[in-house]
Design a protein around this ligand. Sequence first.
Ligand code: FE
Length: 141
Amino acid sequence: MYTFHQTGNTYALSIDNHCDLTEAILTFIADQHITAGEISGIGAVSEATLRFFNPQTKLFEDRTFTQQMEIANLIGNISVMDGKPYLHLHITLGTADFQTISGHLLTARINGACELFVHKYDTTLLRVHEESTGLNMYKFE
Ligand code: FE
């Protein structure tokens, strides 16, 4: 599903072609016991499901885009919620006509390559669901 090279707390991570991007990242951070950190990367996908959050209604709109797109930017963080690894990822995708689509990344199918850098923090960052915003927020003591 992936290969990686580690130096200190930083990993260069290559996701295998045709894998589900989110599933691969979650598998990697579980395998490496990463409970806090940051992710950035680039690559290409053939399909992606993105999420937009409406703060007024506190509802999510999810939409799937099926076309070849470049990951112009993937950025986000790693934490823990309800005892499980939690990803908060934003993605910008570039289309064949040089437009962009962006949102929260739910799932994406790699088609080409995906090169990520993951920086691990030697701590655990927790999240809890907050009713007032409808969001899963950091919980710092
Ligand atoms: Fe967000």
